[in-house]
Structures are given as C-alpha cells and as structure tokens.
Write a protein that binds this ligand. Sequence first.
Ligand code: HEC
Ligand code: HEC
Length: 200
Amino acid sequence: MMKRFLITVAMLALASNVVAGGDPVAGKKKAALCIGCHGVDGNSANPDWPSLAGQGEGYLAKQITDFKTGARKDGTMNAMVGGLNDVDIANVAAFFASNKVKGGTASKDSLKLGQDIYRAGIASRGIAACASCHGPSGAGNPAAKFPALAGQHAKYTMKALKDFSLGTRSNDPSSMMRVVADKMKDSEMKAVAEYISGLH
Ligand code: HEC
Ligand code: HEC
C-alpha cells in the first residue's frame, strides 16, 4: 500500500517536472507572433489584451492548450495557437513566466469594496475570498495552477469574471471560478477588478 503510494507520488513529481520544464530562450523565439499584442516582455499596453509577464508557467501552458483544443473559446486566441506543439507551448509559457509584471494603479473610489471582496469575499451570499486561492498579494498558486492576478488590466479581469459568470468561459476545473463569479454583481466585479490592477 505504502509502496504504491510512493510510486504514485514519484510519478506525479516526474509528470510535473515535464510540464514545468519549458525553455524560456526557445520560447522567446516562438513568441514572435504573440508579443505584438501581449508586449515584448509580456506586459501588454492594451487593456483588452492580458499581460502574461510573471504568470505561472503551468497556468499559461494550460490556457494555451485550452485555446488549442477549444476548451477555452476566443476568436482571436483560438486562431493563434494552432501551430504550437506541446514543446512549443511549454517553452512559450516559460518565456512569459520568466518576465516581471509591471502592474498599474487602482482608482480610489472602488478600492474599499474591491479590497473587502478580495480579502474576505461576501460571506452572506456565499462568495469566497479571492485571496484564499489567488493569494493575499495576488501572486496566485503556481503549483495548483491558480493564476496570478496582481497588476492585470482591470478591463481584462472584468471580462474574465463576466465570461465565467455567463459560462462563456468554462475551462475552470470543478467550476471553481464559475461558482464565484455567478454570484457577483457587475459593480462588485468592477470594484474587485480595479483593486486587483493595483495589487503587487
Ligand atoms: C491579436 C492579438 C493577440 C495575439 C497576436 C495573441 N494574443 Fe493571446 N490573447 C489575446 C486576447 C484578446 C486574449 C484574451 C482572450 C479572452 O478574453 O479570453 C488573449 C489571451 C491569452 C492568454 C490567456 C491569459 C490569461 O491570463 O488567461 C494566453 C496564455 C495567451 N493569450 C497567449 C498567447 C500566445 C502564446 C500568443 C502567440 C502564439 C498569443 N497569445 C497571441 C490577444 C492576442
Ligand atoms: C476556489 C479557488 C478560487 C477562488 C475562491 C477564486 N478563484 Fe479565481 N480562479 C481560480 C482558478 C483555478 C482559475 C483558473 C481557471 C482556469 O484554469 O482557467 C481562476 C481564474 C481567475 C481569473 C482569470 C485569470 C486570467 O488571467 O484569465 C480571474 C480574473 C479570477 N480568477 C478572479 C477571481 C476573483 C476576483 C475571485 C474572488 C471574487 C476569485 N477569482 C476567487 C480559482 C479561484
């Protein structure tokens, strides 16, 4: 029993090594097509295009794979990643993960509400604290593939929350994000998205 358990753990460790083994130098070359929108160092200048700099490598590889298989639907992105094989995906993910996110500044008016939701959720309506999965500083949990959020464009974060609440984005394991976003009002999404953009 114990032996089988240890073998399973060893295999899991091996599998995660393979996933996290991307080569950022090779990835930079493959990212030539991507940097026009996502920025030369993964810090995008347009709020419609998410920044990828400093994002967890495992999360990035999952998203690129999900765009490729159609598990995550976006007209622009589905067309971008068809030419990438699994090695390319790991390398591109490693490249963007190796950069540093620049981040922005949150507007003052939504700060308090956004901060409350981020840190504590809204218990009376069963909305979990974002910090419990995405970390107190928004750094995410790379091993669990919970994405970093800190410094992301508020407009993109707002769209992601809206997509989860409508179910047009449904690639979250065990509906983890859909059950949260489904219960949120637009004004609450906006406030927390603003707060996140100023987190670092
Ligand atoms: C024409 C602009 C454009 C180009 C070029 C582009 N992207 Fe994107 N990318 C987007 C947009 C827009 C989204 C947000 C999609 C959505 O709303 O779900 C996105 C989302 C992503 C995400 C998800 C980020 C997250 O936080 O979940 C990843 C990863 C990504 N792109 C990687 C790439 C890679 C790798 C390439 C190059 C092969 C690339 N993109 C090229 C516009 C672009
Ligand atoms: C139970 C854990 C959990 C909680 C609580 C949670 N999230 Fe998430 N969140 C996730 C996971 C997992 C993903 C990635 C899903 C995937 O693989 O596409 C995610 C993705 C996201 C994304 C998309 C990021 C991107 O780059 O596209 C946003 C935005 C987000 N969460 C915001 C929030 C906010 C705001 C809250 C609090 C109101 C919250 N999350 C609470 C687990 C959680």
